[in-house]
Design a protein around this ligand. Sequence first.
Ligand SMILES: Nc1nc2c(ncn2[C@@H]2O[C@H](COP(=O)(O)OP(=O)(O)OP(=O)(O)O)[C@@H](O)[C@H]2O)c(=O)[nH]1
Length: 203
Amino acid sequence: MAATGNKNINAKLVLLGDPGAGKSSLVLRFVKGQFVEFQESTIGAAFFSQTLAVNDATVKFEIWDTAGQERYHSLAPMYYRGAAAAIIVYDITNQASFDRAKKWVQELQAQGNPNMVMALAGNKADLLDDRKVAGFGLQEAQVYAQENGLFFMETSAKTATNVNDIFYEIAKRLPRVQPAQNPSGMVLTDRPAERAASATCCS
Ligand SMILES: Nc1nc2c(ncn2[C@@H]2O[C@H](COP(=O)(O)OP(=O)(O)OP(=O)(O)O)[C@@H](O)[C@H]2O)c(=O)[nH]1
């Protein structure tokens, strides 16, 4: 079988979510394999890139880690516009952050790229005892994600649980550009025989 060759895919990915949910920590874990106990709040946004090999493709993520603070909200469309993927992050110990995550999903559904691959990350999974997305927690998030076409994982930037996995799952779900079956564009042919036929057909 002829090899189709390696496909290189560049994918813009944006992280959105409440301040303190752990967006920067997830990126730092994924890109540098590090975790900082007292990670500073992001100002505006920060850019990172990281490459993953997935099946027959190499996916280069161009990652925009946005600032969660409300005063930066108006900047968000600049980062999610044209993004191929988004990770919406909440903190499993903070109910308000889950509610905010749903608002981000609504905003992306209304204004984001319709083919965007969306992942919901319930972060700080190492703090299971403090779980505050209360009473329902894991199950509510799973149901919500399913109903809204997202895929969902609980993650921990601290212990690295599911961090590479969530990026890997996104990479797998990105639409692959299909090789053209036929030359693109319209082929115009001059068919004088037909024209001649039609000119004489009905007179
Ligand atoms: N226990 C635990 N703490 C975490 C985890 N992820 C992040 N943190 C901590 O939570 C705090 C906030 O993390 P950040 O990564 O700065 O959160 P953020 O969402 O980027 O916040 P903004 O930049 O303000 O939007 C930091 O003190 C982190 O060390 C995690 O998985 N487990």
